[in-house]
Design a protein around this ligand. Structure first.
Ligand SMILES: Nc1ncnc2c1ncn2[C@@H]1O[C@H](COP(=O)(O)OP(=O)(O)O)[C@@H](O)[C@H]1O
Ligand SMILES: [Mg+2]
Length: 730
């Protein structure tokens, strides 16, 4: 699975991979060749007949070049002008185990062999260094390209997946897939491509060469290898498991820290500091224990490997030296003939042994790497395999890109999970320019209903039509460009305030942005309170007040100028004063559009054409304020409930402030209400102060002298937004 995944995603880099493999093969070859001089010199020095050309006859012409008087003075010509002396003939050692020995001679000088060997050592050393550089660089290049490609692809795909799918995922988990899972794959490619290949090649190459020199000596040299391999495998596995637990605990530590730091206010309010410290401490403790176990195992593992390597070296050195000294080594049916190993071979085997240990360690490390990378690849592929959002219609679209805003729901059924329907047969016609309010108990499916319009979710049954056409027939971009939404809590993006407004219409001119801000009632606030249009927004706009964020969102929507406007409790999170400002901004926004407004505050529903009451996923009643109130149904009872609350609040307010009204600089409860609104500036009877603004709804029900909290609350006017600010008194 992993290799298929890599193969598929390395498209365009496959040639590079092939090149890297070829370089690795060459590099390992150089590595092994570079070890031979370590044999040549001691062998030649110990026995002049034991020449490199005995084993490798093809070296004869090369070695001849080194048999010159400048290197070996004994070759000086007898008289000047004569050719140099030829080096004396020597006899190559005869393998004691060879049943048909034949005489081979060699004729190179010791000095020549030494200089030649040193040159070979240096040349292969340089070659090796160059190739390793190339190899690592290529691996890094491939890995980085792969990582960048996977990240972009995954992120792109994530944005295309439906909200339905996203609703079922954990955010942290998705971020994890983009960052650390991809990093795991990257690690496998950088470390694995070079180390794994080079490791396997070195193991095979070295063992083959050793076998050529002396099979029995090879077996002795490798006797401890299985023990080493097993130890490595075992320890690595345990260390990996402990490290995994430790990293999980680290994740928990950071989760708790993030959660608590974000909720510091709540923690202080409920004085939970100690409890939270304890909870945090528990995770820290878990982390400490798991990390300690990993560290402890590592502490055992390193010296254990060192010990095994030392034992292996001792065996090779002991047996080699014993045989080189002319003894026969006997161990059961295992015999090494005397002199079949000389000092040169011994040194070569020692070098090879060192070459072998590293790949063994690498290979067990790679087992870990590839298992995490496989898991990572599976998690990435899982996301990539998700079909992108609601399927786009295949038919080419030739219709208008700006819709008019006629909406109709026809027998719409929908549920987030199929066994629990949220919308149960919605039928609703909204002609162009109609403004309706959607009310109902929390969880009744209001938000769900409006999400069907821009096709955030697919209806299970029935259809949603815009301008008479099923919304599944529009390309998603066309459909969504025609729907504006202002939600309960608007999110701002990193960037300036101007950029945030311009999201509604990319490339909008500064003047357009400013016009929109003026209509949204935020222009002055931007200039005076926020520090201008170029002010940078931080942390999704958390450094702005809720009302300011909402009004910026409204400016966005004004700029977007879509024919359909959805307001999902845009003022629910605001205080009274901010609500009044946002409501004023909304008044500008709703002009000339089809509007669906969801609101809990029934009192803000004064200026809609119709109120639609949703209950248990069905439309329970619809009509205007007065009709619904008189019908005595769901709406009336909702209203009654809110009125009772407001009266209680008004009463407690009166007790607090007395009959005289509201003290300077404070805001009384509450809010405007009722069907026919009427905007009035009122004078407070008691204080002769002008209210900054007051919204009073309902003909005749709120008279100026009632601006102070009254009891009982008048019929429609369940409360008022009254602000008496210092300085506005006349
Ligand atoms: N993303 C979601 N996944 C699963 N269930 C959801 C999701 N969003 C809302 N619901 C459920 O659907 C029902 C209606 O929710 P919603 O439309 O948000 O209600 P309202 O906006 O009227 O308060 C609720 O029972 C809620 O728990
Ligand atoms: Mg809702």
């Amino acid at each position: 699975m992993l290799y298929k995944f890599l193969w598929r995603n390395l498209k365009g880099y496959r040639l590079l991979v092939l090149l890297a493999v070829l370089i690795t093969v060459t590099q390992v070859f150089c590595d092994i060749c570079g070890a031979f001089p370590l044999k040549f010199i001691p062998s030649k020095v110990q026995n002049a007949g034991n020449d490199p050309s005995c084993t490798f006859p093809f070296l004869n012409p090369i070695l001849d070049k080194f048999d010159i008087p400048q290197i070996d003075p004994s070759l000086q010509p007898l008289a000047p002008g004569q050719p140099p002396q030829p080096p004396g003939l020597t006899q190559c050692p005869i393998s004691p185990s060879d049943p048909h020995p034949h005489l081979v001679t060699s004729h190179h000088t010791t000095n020549g062999v030494i200089v030649f060997s040193l040159l070979v050592l240096i040349v292969f050393g340089i070659l090796n260094a160059l190739l390793i550089y190339l190899d690592l660089y290529l691996a890094a290049k491939i890995a980085q390209s792969l990582t960048a490609r996977l990240r972009n692809q995954l992120f792109d795909h994530l944005q295309r997946l439906s909200l339905d799918w996203h609703g079922k995922q954990k955010k942290g988990d998705l971020v994890n897939r983009i960052t650390s899972n991809i990093a795991d794959i990257e690690k496998l490619v950088t470390d694995g491509l070079v180390d794994l290949m080079a490791g396997v090649l070195t193991l095979v190459g070295v063992i083959v060469v050793m076998l050529i020199f002396s099979p029995p000596y090879t077996l002795i040299a490798l006797a401890l290898a299985p023990a080493l391999f097993l130890t490595t495998l075992l320890y690595t596995r345990n260390i990996r498991a402990a490290a995994k637990r430790a990293s999980k605990a680290t994740g928990q530590v950071s989760d708790v820290a993030t959660e608590d730091i974000n909720a510091l206010t709540v923690i202080k309010v409920f004085t939970r500091e100690e409890r939270e410290s304890m909870r945090f401490g528990n995770y820290v403790d878990l982390n400490r224990k798991a990390s300690l176990r990993a560290g402890g195992l590592q502490a055992q593992f390193t010296p254990l490997v060192g010990l095994l390597v030392a034992l292996g070296t001792a065996t090779v050195l002991g047996v080699g030296g014993y045989v080189a000294a002319g003894n026969t080594f006997n161990l059961g049916f295992f015999t090494i003939a005397p002199l079949s190993v000389d000092i040169g071979t011994l040194v070569l085997f020692m070098t090879f042994l060192n070459l072998l240990y590293q790949p063994m360690r690498d290979l067990s490390k790679l087992a870990t790497l590839s298992s995490t990378a496989t898991a990572g690849a599976e998690r990435i592929q899982e996301v990539l395999d998700q079909a992108p959002e609601v399927l786009e219609s295949q038919a080419p679209y030739h219709g208008p890109t700006r819709l008019r805003g006629d909406i109709s729901f026809e027998n719409v059924f929908f549920g987030y999970v199929s066994e629990r329907p949220v919308l149960k047969g919605i039928n609703l016609q909204l002609p162009i320019g109609r403004k309706v309010a959607l009310v109902g108990l929390s969880g009744g499916g209001k938000t769900t209903l409006v999400k069907m319009i821009p096709r955030f979710y697919e209806v299970a049954q029935g259809s949603v039509r815009i301008d008479g056409v099923d919304n599944r027939q529009y390309p998603l971009t066309v459909l969504r460009q025609n729907v504006s939404m202002v939600l309960q809590d608007s999110v701002l993006f990193e960037g300036t305030i101007a950029e945030n407004i311009a999201i509604g219409k990319p490339g909008a001119a500064p003047q357009e942005i400013m016009d929109a801000a003026m209509k949204a009632n935020i222009h002055h606030a931007i200039l005076n309170e926020l520090g201008g249009y170029e002010r940078l927004v931080r942390e999704q706009g958390k450094d702005l007040s809720g009302g300011q964020r909402q009004r910026i969102a409204i400016a966005r929507a004004i700029l977007r100028d879509a024919p359909i406007l959805i307001l999902d409790e845009p003022t629910a999170a605001l205080d009274v004063e901010a609500e009044a400002e946002v409501m004023r901004a909304l008044d500008q926004l709703i002009v000339g559009r089809t509007v669906i407004m969801i609101s809990h505050r029934l009192s803000t529903l004064g200026n809609v054409d119709e109120i639609i009451v949703l209950k248990d996923g069905q439309i329970a009643e619809r009509g205007n304020y007065r009709e619904l109130k008189q019908a005595g149904g769901v709406f009336a009872s909702l209203l009654q409930e809110q009125n009772r609350y407001n009266q209680e609040a008004a009463l407690s307010n009166r007790l607090r402030f007395g009959q005289k009204g509201i003290p300077h600089g404070s805001t009384s409860i509450h809010q405007p209400a009722t069907p026919q609104p009427e905007r009035t500036h009122l004078h407070l009877a008691a204080g002769h102060c002008q209210c900054k603004y007051t919204v009073v709804y309902g003909p005749g029900h709120c008279s100026p002298d009632r601006c102070a909290p009254t009891s009982p609350a008048p019929d429609y006017c369940t409360g008022y937004s009254l602000t008496r600010r210092p300085g506005t008194c006349q």
